[in-house]
Write a protein that binds this ligand. Structure first.
Ligand code: PNS
Length: 160
């Protein structure tokens, strides 16, 4: 079975990595789909996010592809011939948003399903927003992101 793991991944964290690794225990093939968001200002350019995530996930070979998508997720799922999306849930605070987008997606694409993975306890507090904030203020996020992402963040926020 092929599934899509969509997100902004700005940046990709150890929380995302945990979900990818566990999803690969369940699905055969995973497409990590990086949202090309034209309204939200991102820290990392789309190409940088794709390049970094590809580097982090290259050990999984052909089972993982990293791509960009724009427009509706359901249209992207159709174009990839799959009905299955993977999402991570960290806490109840994620539930309302995830529930709403699931219902909307299901309304647009009747066969659509989401497989939710509960974050492991060590990753349940990690978010891209917190990582960006801490890194931008000179804090250490080496335990929260893969080494390639940490190097890129250090480069962006290096002290003069
Ligand atoms: O990592 P994020 O930012 O929580 O991911 C959100 C994402 C990419 C899953 C969601 O914004 C999305 O699917 N966007 C594509 C546009 C779309 O289909 N919108 C309808 C459902 S909100």
């Amino acid at each position: 079975m092929r599934a899509i793991y969509p997100g902004s991944f700005d940046p990709f964290t150890n929380g995302h990595l945990d979900i990818v690794e566990r999803a690969l225990n369940v699905v055969d093939e995973l497409v990590v789909a990086v949202l090309k968001n034209t309204t939200k200002k991102s820290l990392l350019e789309l190409d940088q996010r794709i390049e970094l995530i590809s580097e982090v996930l290259k050990k999984y070979g052909d089972r993982v592809q990293v791509e960009s998508f724009s427009g509706l997720l359901v249209d992207y799922c159709r174009s990839k011939n799959t009905t299955v999306v993977i999402r991570g849930l960290r806490a109840v605070s994620d539930f309302d948003f995830e529930h709403a987008i699931f219902l909307m997606n299901k309304k647009m694409y009747a066969d659509f399903e989401t497989l939710f993975f509960m974050s492991s306890s060590e990753n349940s507090f990690i978010s891209s927003t917190i990582v960006k904030e801490v890194a931008s203020l000179g804090g250490n996020v080496a335990d929260q992101v893969p080494p390639a992402i940490n190097r890129k963040l250090s480069e962006i926020f290096k002290k003069p």
